[in-house]
Write a protein that binds this ligand. Sequence first.
Ligand code: FAD
Length: 328
Amino acid sequence: MTAPRIAVIGAGLAGLACARALAARGARSRLFDKGRAAGGRLATRRAEAAGQALQFDHGAQYLTARSAAFAALLAEAGAQPWGEPGRFVGAPGMSALPRALARGLDLAAGRHVTALAGRPGAWMVRHLDAALVRPGMPLPPDPPAEEGPFEAVAIALPPDQAAPLVAPQAPAWPGLLAGVRLAPCWTVMAAFAARLPLPDSLRPALGSPDGGAIGWAARDNSKPGRPAAECWVVQGSPAWSRAHLEQTPAEVMPALLAALGALAGTDLPAPIHAAAHRWRYSLVEAPLGRPCLHDPGLRLGLAGDWCLAGRAEAAFESGLALADALLP
Ligand SMILES: Cc1cc2nc3c(=O)[nH]c(=O)nc-3n(C[C@H](O)[C@H](O)[C@H](O)COP(=O)(O)OP(=O)(O)OC[C@H]3O[C@@H](n4cnc5c(N)ncnc54)[C@H](O)[C@@H]3O)c2cc1C
């Protein structure tokens, strides 16, 4: 019997966990991701200023493991302890974790999946060069590449991105996805010439001196294996990020840095580097409440942290659950 060929769309932690579990069962899985590499929200941004290397984990800050299986995965991927006991990070950056987990998998990176065609048991995946696709704009007219046939498809994308792909095949699913909610998160990455008078991480309480603007801030260079330069990741709280969602980086950066200064009790020096990233989907606020969605007749399923909870371990669990459903 030939090994089943399965497409996994999305190479964040959920897609990686799913593809690895499918491969362990003898399937040939092919991963597609619009990013330049695997990882999704487990992400690291690098830059340079004043001749110094800078680095920021601008997505997930640290991972925790409740299950032995996730702890084993983190150890396999080379995660290192950081900060309070039980917190782990990738080294030399968070993105090292998904890159380690993607090793040996068949990944088509930089491909934006636009549609599923074909039929159950013989699905075709249509995808475009991700560089041609602009967020919020109509898809370009270029004819997509088409790959397949795949016996089954696992879609491991945030719900708003998954819904249009599955709507033609599984019209009931977009309604279920509409009940799921993820918080946005404006994230500022700033480097300074000297150390700021702040602890390595802060999670300000509501009503704190920053007025509730900041949900979390951390000195990235306090994590293991990072460059020495003073690099800060400052995340807007969900309420603040939602209220300022359509502002520009130029508006968001000074606001969050002023809020960080308020927490430090001093005006901050001008950063030697500053950038901002808007995550439209960061932490899950209202999950689906099931480990994954799967239709055995369609040979199609959905996974992601949003199925269960707002932490990376939930993405891992959901990806495994979908692999179990697709290849019991
Ligand atoms: C700012 C922020 C802070 C966080 N902090 C923490 C934390 O401290 N601890 C923690 O445990 N978790 C944290 N999280 C959550 C954690 O990052 C996620 O739970 C986890 O990474 C989700 O994995 P996933 O595979 O479900 O989704 P994702 O990582 O979002 O993966 C989805 C993938 O799909 C790809 N994709 C999307 N659309 C398409 C398409 N059409 N075609 C092809 N590919 C596509 C994307 O490029 C992405 O790689 C944080 C997240 C953010 C954003």
